[in-house]
Every structure is written in structure tokens, then in C-alpha cells.
Design a protein around this ligand. Sequence first.
Ligand code: SF4
Length: 262
Amino acid sequence: MSEGEDKRESVEESRGLSGRVARALQEAASSGARVAERGGSRSEPIHYLWLHVCGEGLSGGGDKQGKTGLSLDEWLNVVDEAAALGARSVIVSAGEQLDTHAEIWNICQWAQDVHGMSVGVYVYGKGLPLSPNDLRALEGLDAGKTRLFVDGADLGEVQAVVDMGVPVYNADAIQSADERRPCQLPHSMTCVGSEGNLYTCGLVLGEENYRLGNVCEKRLDLIMSDRSLPHEIPQGIHREPRRCNACPPLMERLLRGEAGCG
Ligand code: SF4
């Protein structure tokens, strides 16, 4: 048994995850192998995964209990599929609902343990400061592969996380020059809403014109390679405050000290 298979088994055992997850993992792995075999048939590698676990829009959405549409198994399948397509980094936008979505920590741990991905969690407003339970869950992740993103206005709420040694970053993303040009960053990213709908990116989450498909109905690689779907954001779309916050490829650029989107 390889080290990777060994790790998968131990992660499944430790969480009591269902056999369905194991089957899904196998399917995702063979799906990835199929993608790799086809080589040029997939459009471009995905580098980033952006999950909006807590509602189809940043205002909350979801059902009355604030619960997500996708089950934990389905979220893990999304991570597996994206990892098979090359994603090495995932940001989970939890907004103000982190304390009612403990599955976020399972998703993060799965991404780290099974796929070696770096993970980020974006929390804001009433989601801060983190509860003792969430701090414990955060502490259980690999600190070297974990980041917390918060709005600039919330940076004073995260001292406990800083003390824990987890890097905290300002998620504020709007830059005046960015609105003057189309944004190509979605080409390298998969963005999934709480119901499993894929969108071009978080800016247009919940907008039908930018819905690319649903992860329960179609494979990620087919959606991402479909050139008839909108894989970029045209010039002039109004970028509301917060809508681009924590956008994975943008955050990566800003952390590297490069200019914003485009
Ligand atoms: S920077 Fe904004 S417009 Fe560009 S991909 Fe990210 S969320 Fe979308």
C-alpha cells in the first residue's frame, strides 16, 4: 500500500467517514487518471479551488437553518476532483456562519491530509472572533499549510489565531485599477457554491448568467474545458465591496506583491 493510500485510510477511519467516500475517492482518482491520459483534452490546469460552503451568496443564502446543500461526502468529492485536475490550494469562504458549519474543518483537513493542499478559511463580521471550538479545529490543521483570511476591518479580532501561529491575511481585494479590465483569473480556478453550482468566480456567485453547471450533474473537467461557458469576468462589472475578497488566485498574487486581477 502506498503512503497516499495509507493516509486516506487513516483519515477515513479517524473521521468514521462512509464507504461511499472511499468509492468516491477511487472514482475521483480514476477520473483524474483519465484526465491525465487524455492530456490536451482538458483546457487548462486548475490551480485553485474556492468553496462557498455557507450559502449561495455572501449575504448568507442557504436554507433557513443556514445549512448547505451539499453533504460532506459531496464536498470531499469536489476536493478530490479538483485535486485530480491540479488544484493545490483551496479557500473556503465561511463568512459569518463558521460556527454552524463544522464540516468546513473536515473539508480543510481532507484537502491537507489526502491531497497535500494548502487551505485558507475566510471569515468576517459576526463570524469573528472564532469560537473555542473553531480555534481547536484550526489548531488541529497543519499550521504550515493553513491561512486565515479576514476583512481589513476585522484584523483586530484574530489575535488568538495569530498567537496560535496560524498566518492571518487581509482579504480586502478591491483595487481601483482592477475594474477597468477583464479578469482572467477564473481560468485557473473552480468556484463552487453551497448547492454545488459552479460559477465563474465568487464575484458572480448566484448569478445565473455565470453558472457553469453543477458538480452533481457533470464532471469538473468537462465544465472547466467547455469554451462555450464564461470563464472570465468582463470589463466593467461592478465589484461590490467584499465580493472579490479572499479570491484564491487574487490572494496569491497580492501575497506575492503583484498587481491585482487581469
Ligand atoms: S478577482 Fe474578482 S473578478 Fe477576478 S476572479 Fe477573483 S472574484 Fe472574480
